[in-house]
Design a protein around this ligand. Structure first.
Ligand code: KG4
Ligand code: ZN
Length: 336
């Protein structure tokens, strides 16, 4: 069994985790940067500076919590793409220095692949073939995996990501950032059929997503209804917003699975925490006899445990990065 110290700094969460090759998590600390709430979104330079400030202390805390020392580490893993370059560079530089000074192997991890591996923390035996719905603040991708290094991106968003749609609509409604969890909780008890917001590209053989028309429809709806009405019906409006986004995600995923005979679906990324998405995918897959997996709630949003989890098989294959490793911003799930 090997033990991995993992880092995640791709956006506004600094995270350090200690995990072993059986996917047992000893510690997974996340320092969420509340600074950005004043701006209604992530300010890249502030994010980098906060990572710089937090990363050493968080590493010490994660190792203390796991009750380990530097001698117990077999490898160091870090997310290298996609993400905010300045933010990624903090994690990558820190991980490189540590790998160099401790003389341990360094493992580069694609952040989106990390989200997929978050599913292994509860289900270590979960391997492709499967269809993955990857939904986060920057990505919405439907990925058909034959093997972990052999996959096709069969659908993706043409404009906003699903998490971005939640965040932007929450901002229009005056709810806080990030918007997904706010909408999820505000929608409880609301009527999802109160407003019929549009679902884009409904054709059965098109697996791409689009949320910009939906966002405009919400803006126009809010312009046409005064603040008093909006306050009174906030649960109904957010429930309708959530239903529209979730319907698009679920219908595309299920249509693809039906057409291509997928037997297993996994969901990954921050939006996989959404309660309605979980409920609807579970209902639809049950009817079709398809198995479905979600990460445990605590591993849905950005965290370093998922980066460590994605590094396990890379360690086993001796896929190590050298010390010239750089961060880069290319979008999407990649096998790096
Ligand atoms: O994966 P993630 O933590 O960061 C990125 O890689 O982007 O995803 C963050 C996104 C945000 O847009 C946030 O609003 C959304 O995930 N999110 C949710 C929920 N929890 C987080 N969206 C809907 N419902 C939730 N419960
Ligand atoms: Zn993420």
């Amino acid at each position: 069994m090997i033990k991995i110290l993992a880092f995640e700094t791709s956006c506004d969460d600094t995270s350090v985790a200690f995990i072993d090759s059986n996917y047992k998590v000893y510690s997974n600390l996340i320092s969420s940067q509340i600074t950005h709430q004043d701006f209604g979104g992530v300010v890249p330079e502030l994010a980098s500076r906060m990572h710089m400030k937090n990363i050493m202390k968080l590493t010490q805390m994660a190792m203390n919590k796991a009750k380990v020392t530097f001698n117990d580490i077999d490898a160091i893993a870090v997310s290298v793409n996609p993400g905010l370059i300045g933010a990624l560079l903090v994690g990558v530089s820190f991980a490189k220095s540590l790998a160099y000074s401790l003389n341990k192997p360094l493992i580069a991890v694609n952040h989106m692949l990390g989200h997929i591996y978050a599913n292994k923390i509860r289900n270590p035996e979960l391997d492709p073939p499967y269809l993955a719905l990857v939904v986060s603040g920057g990505h919405t991708e439907l990925v058909d995996f034959r093997a972990i290094d052999d996959f096709d991106i069969v659908g993706k968003t043409r404009d906003d990501a699903a998490g971005e749609a939640f965040d932007k609509v929450a901002k229009l409604l005056g709810l806080g950032y990030p918007g997904g969890p706010q909408i999820d909780s505000t929608a409880k008890g609301g009527d999802p059929h109160f407003v019929d917001f549009p679902r884009a590209m409904k054709q059965k053989d098109n697996f791409d997503f689009s949320f910009s028309g939906f966002k405009t429809a919400v803006r126009n709806y809010l312009l046409a209804h005064d603040i008093e009405f909006q306050r009174k019906h906030i649960a109904d409006i957010t429930a309708s917003v959530q239903k529209a986004i979730v319907d698009s995600l679920v219908s595309k995923t299920i249509n693809y699975a039906k057409k291509h005979g997928s037997k297993v679906i996994i969901v990954a990324g921050g939006v996989s925490a959404n309660s309605l998405l979980r409920q609807e995918i579970k209902e639809q897959t049950r009817k079709l006899g398809i198995e479905v997996y979600f990460p445990p709630l605590e591993y849905c949003m950005d965290n370093a445990a998922m980066i460590g989890a994605a590094a396990v098989e890379k360690y086993e294959r001796r896929e190590f990065a050298d010390l010239s490793l750089n961060a880069f911003s290319t979008k999407g799930v990649r096998f790096i």
